[in-house]
Design a binder for this molecule. Sequence first.
Ligand code: S6P
Ligand code: ZN
Length: 180
Amino acid sequence: MTRFDPISGAIGEAQPAKRHLADLRGCFRDTGAFERALAHDNRLVYTVAAVEPAAGEGDLHYGLGVIYPGLVGDEYFLTKGHLHTWRAAAELYIGIAGEGLMLLEDEVTRENRLVPLQPNGVVYVPGHTAHRTVNTSDVPLTYLGVYPARAGHDYGAIAERNFRSVVINRNGKPHLLERN
Ligand code: S6P
Ligand code: ZN
């Protein structure tokens, strides 16, 4: 059994990797708001800690993510987002605390959809699908991700073309908007 701490973001022996605003350059739609926020305070946006028991064919890895509440302009705090290097690899997300959304975008058709991520909820992320997690609440959003050990993380494709849509706060509620 591996224990995790939903507050500190630690799981097992793994030390959480920290992602600050400065690590998220290019992710948010409103670049002016991003630069102002960064100049004010390079805030911690999320942490992720991964457990990698074995890396053979058929093995699983899993990780604990914690996204802090916050906004850049009207856009909620989010993860960088990625595709799996092994594109066919699916993933399960299990909500632990807080409320948020997963933005899923098919790599080929670029169709996208929002799926709620919340305690007692499981989100199935199919293969060939870029995934980004967004905290729409005012408390930390904590979740477990479980994925094939050989999935790998490809951030390059997202860095190049980003997600088609953004999730913004409009009158206190999340809305999906085309980025451009
Ligand atoms: C790994 C899984 C998650 C993310 C975490 C942080 O396959 O999807 O553990 O690593 O949500 O997001 P990102 O996009 O920075 O890896
Ligand atoms: Zn993933």
